[in-house]
Design a protein around this ligand. Structure first.
Ligand code: ES4
Ligand code: ZN
Length: 363
């Protein structure tokens, strides 16, 4: 069996995926037409597709922090076509179909409410569309759960207001995440929001990605302090605790998104291992701005240290690599074996936050 056939057929999970980062040129065009919105400088779908293929690509030698900021500018500007419940429903349903085609059976996806409420779209509109798609996901063989992400380049007050406003949906959201521009926006700035998330019974996670200045401190804080005390596995009444990756520290996040910079510091590798946290890595997007010579050795080192990792696509509409292509790219870059790729998907099952992954299914 070829590597490509093996990866294509392998049942997969995805746990680091921004639903707004799946907005294809086609869907953006359709929403723009339906909502009478002009896309600057674009007169046809073909032209828009061309933009995705050229203007959104990274140029060699760009600074990583600046690259993220430029990427985020495009990412936020593009979503201005999402206005109605139907737009959010179709955005999510498009990706559910992509997941089905890749044999992704379990998906925990981020959404960014503030990116929409700040444009005058209500949280109810966003939630109604996303939840409708979630309700239909099982028709496509996909289990889908939503992770609300707060934008770290907005204020702590705005974040808290967003989490408060999400209370009516607290049983329909499984976790709180933190994304957007990390530079000068530490996880500690949002501790109050994360404390509230714990009160809702949500899991907690945080992006720690490309910040060049304080990334190590951000990781340390997220692993050990974010969100205060968590419930113990016993308090959570997990039916089969051994099937889950259960964090070992009394407080802190339940996993870390990216967190690749732990590879630079032995003490952080030790800390994450001791905490028994997994990392959701998206190495192919990273590779674009940090270069393969930096990214693949880091992935390999973290894996060889015994820390559970998963491989994910992040923003596939913009960063180009799908979940399947990500696995293939990383397998080649790191020279991983079939067995190791299989192990990453088993990690993903253990790192899942709901019991509806079919653990008994033979992998
Ligand atoms: C993101 Cl690549 C990346 N980093 C931080 N925040 C994000 N939101 C969407 N994609
Ligand atoms: Zn991300």
């Amino acid at each position: 069996m070829s590597f490509s056939d093996f990866v294509t057929e392998l049942p997969k999970c995805e746990q680091h995926l921004h639903i707004e980062g799946t907005l294809t040129a086609e869907r953006r065009w359709l929403c723009a037409q339906a909502n009478n919105i002009e896309i600057p400088g674009v007169k046809s779908l073909e032209q828009l597709k061309g933009q995705y293929l050229t203007e959104y690509l990274y140029e060699e030698g760009q600074d990583a922090t600046k690259y993220l900021q430029e990427f985020l500018e495009i990412y936020y500007a593009s979503m201005n076509v999402l206005l109605t419940e139907d737009d959010f429903y179709h955005l999510a349903l498009d990706y559910i179909k992509v997941a089905q085609a890749q044999n992704i059976r379990y998906l925990e996806a981020f959404f960014d409410p503030q990116a929409h409420t700040s444009r005058g779209v209500s949280l109810d509109t966003v939630m109604n569309g996303l939840l409708k798609a979630q309700g239909e996901a099982s028709n496509y063989g996909v289990q889908l759960h939503w992770v609300l992400c707060i934008l770290r380049d907005m204020s702590a007050e705005s974040a808290l207001e967003t989490v408060r406003r999400a209370e009516p949906y607290k049983n329909k959201i499984i976790a709180l995440g933190l994304d957007s521009d990390e530079h000068d926006n530490p996880p500690s700035k949002f501790q109050e929001s994360f404390l509230m998330a714990r009160k809702y019974g949500w899991k907690i996670t945080s992006h720690c990605d490309v910040d060049q200045k304080n990334t190590h401190e951000h990781i340390r804080y997220a692993v050990t302090e974010l969100g205060g005390k968590r419930l113990s596995p016993k308090q959570c009444e997990l039916e089969n605790p051994e099937l889950y990756l259960t964090p070992q520290l009394e407080s802190g996040a339940d996993r870390i998104d990216h967190g690749m910079n732990i590879a630079d510091k032995e003490e952080l590798l030790q800390l994450v291992k001791k905490a028994n946290l997994g990392l959701t890595l998206c190495p192919m997007g990273y590779q674009k701005h940090l270069g393969p010579q930096n990214v693949f050795p880091k992935v390999k080192k973290i894996h060889q240290f015994g820390i559970p990792i998963t491989l994910n696509s992040d923003d596939p509409a913009y960063l180009v690599y799908s979940k399947t292509e990500t696995i293939l790219g990383v397998a080649e870059g790191c020279q991983f074996s079939f067995k190791e790729i299989y192990e990453f998907e088993k990690n993903a099952i253990k790192m899942a936050w709901t019991p509806d992954v079919d653990f008994k299914r033979k992998f």
